[in-house]
Design a protein around this ligand. Structure first.
Ligand code: FMN
Length: 308
């Protein structure tokens, strides 16, 4: 098929999958994703212990996206390890997402998922919504510490969920670590952290946690996500697979990520707003667009951004 792709050597039947976050916490939700047009089954980021997450309201739909400060509500990693064998029958890659509260947590969870039925492990270094816990991926020393301890724990491909970076020096520093520790894939970007949406009627922020500071998602962040994908593609194109995340709601958006160099795109806000039918719709729109433009496969268009 036109829109088949590969992430870290693992075959994906299409170009579009769910991003870790909305509607992927329970087995029932994961089965809905499994039965949809999503190329893979991405799980909610888990922690060592189950978490209730932050106080509500913590997720609000906005005209051009959403703001969230969920605070990683999840069932704890052991539940997700138990879900994996039950999801195997759907014959799609299963991706675990791990979010440690300290380096030891990452080691414990990666070690356990390496022995599980998941196919890939996404290491979330970029949750912006934990009180008093800055995002790991903004601290290059801690990122290296985590990578040095999780990279030899097994054969399943490891990927990093990255936050937005805004400086070329930062893209380069992370790219160096990705090369050094042989990371197999990256997913960029997570929500843009610590943004503020104010409701002028109520004169309050729209979400409660962290005095209203939360992660911005959707259309608002697409240019930031595209820039990340492009920057990492230029630095790492033959070394890692790249998944673009941020503001994908149509086949045209997916095509822009493809031109920037993404091997696949992940979807959070559009999935939350539209439901699981969005994956098939966007895959179809992408396929039609590629045909109309005369491309025979996603590989043919990948990274082919033209310069002015
Ligand atoms: C409700 C919600 C929960 C999220 N939870 C997670 C999470 O647990 N782990 C993670 O890596 N990203 C999480 N994210 C971020 C998304 O995976 C994604 O990076 C971000 O929303 C940008 O994509 P979008 O524009 O398609 O929403 C969450 C996003 C939303 C909207």
């Amino acid at each position: 098929m036109f829109i088949k792709t590969k992430i870290a050597g693992v075959e994906f039947n299409s170009y579009v999958l769910n991003a870790s976050g909305p509607n992927d916490s329970t087995l029932e939700e994961l089965e809905i994703i499994a039965k949809s047009g999503s190329a893979a089954i991405m799980m909610k980021s888990c922690t060592v212990e189950p978490r209730k997450g932050n106080p509500e309201p913590r997720y609000v739909r906005l005209p051009l996206g959403s703001i969230q400060s969920m605070g990683l509500p999840n069932k704890g990693y052991q539940e997700y390890i138990k879900f994996a064998p039950q999801l195997k029958k759907f014959n799609k890659p299963i991706i675990a997402s791990v979010a440690g509260l300290c380096t030891d947590d990452y080691v414990k969870m990666v070690e356990a998922f390496q022995k599980s039925d998941v196919n890939l492990i996404e290491v979330n270094l970029s949750c912006p919504n934990l009180e008093a816990k800055p995002q790991v991926a903004y601290d290059f020393e801690q990122t290296e510490e985590v990578l040095s301890r999780i990279s030899g724990l097994g054969k399943k491909p490891l990927g990093l969920k990255l936050p937005p970076y805004f400086e070329f020096a930062h893209f380069q520093q992370i790219a160096e670590l990705i090369r050094k520790y042989k990371v197999s894939f990256i997913s960029c970007i997570n929500s843009v952290g610590n943004t503020l949406i104010i409701d002028p009627e109520t004169e309050t922020p729209v979400i409660k946690p962290k005095k209203g500071f939360g992660g911005l998602c959707g259309d608002y962040i697409k240019p930031i996500a595209l820039a990340s994908v492009r920057a990492f593609y230029e630095l790492l194109k033959d070394k890692v697979s790249i998944m673009g995340v941020g503001g994908v709601k149509s086949g045209t958006d997916a095509f822009e990520f493809l031109l920037a160099g993404a091997d696949a795109v992940q979807i959070a806000t559009t999935f939350e707003k539209e439901g699981a039918s969005c994956f098939e719709r966007i895959n179809k729109e992408l396929e039609e667009l590629l045909k109309r433009k005369g491309y025979a496969s996603v590989q043919e268009a990948k990274g082919k951004l033209k310069y002015l």
